[in-house]
Design a protein around this ligand. Sequence first.
Ligand code: ADP
Ligand code: ADP
Length: 221
Amino acid sequence: NDVLRLEGVGKTYDRAGPAPVRVLSGLDLTVARGEIVALVAPSGAGKSTLLHIAGLLDTPDEGRVWLSDRDMTGLPDRARTEARRQDLGFVYQFHHLLPEFSAAENIVLPQLANGVSARDAQARAAELLERVGLSHRADHRPAQMSGGEQQRVAFCRALANAPSLLLADEPTGNLDPETSDRVFDVLVSLVRDTGLSALIATHNHALAERMDRIVRLSSVA
Ligand code: ADP
Ligand code: ADP
């Protein structure tokens, strides 16, 4: 019962060129339902490549990718986009919130795009904001919030459409160490409370230790 399964995944950039870059080779990785997995990798080891493959933004040259027991290998772009929208939530180092919209609106919009009614979308946004302690910020725009608050709103947006897997790339990497610790705890609680699974890339070993399991990526080059 895995939410994500990578089997024998390999990736080489510029395969046909004079200087191919082999990044991933024979990589096996699973995230079980309800599990929070830390992805720890030295810079250049292929962490972003792996997250892009798991997030269906890129395809491997070798191996297979399953999302919730569905083989995504070789599916057409439209089916991959659909799966990305329904099954996956993304969080990055930077919040990528829409600056002209309020916190609540930023969480409502992806739900409307997914066919949820305005009323249900607003109720879910309010519930998510409450879980991360930001009910009082619902009507504020990103620029009116601190970095940690912006990031917490981004977590809510990632979970707005109730994905089965959250993919996070250094989700608190832009914050000062103290804020990072606190905001990281919020993310982990949010994932646990909602029964979600997550693959979270981080350079911070102390934070990685708080997750269920650590996957270490080493350089193959
Ligand atoms: P990480 O996120 O672990 O730092 P990346 O997955 O971004 O690693 O990149 C791994 C390696 O692949 C690096 O050496 C990088 O230069 C190379 N690479 C990444 N993307 C491309 C690309 N589009 N074309 C060629 N090489 C790339
Ligand atoms: P990093 O540079 O550490 O990998 P960023 O915060 O810059 O992380 O994340 C931006 C990345 O998101 C880009 O590398 C891009 O490839 C990727 N991306 C592109 N399109 C999408 C999309 N539709 N949804 C999510 N991520 C995307």
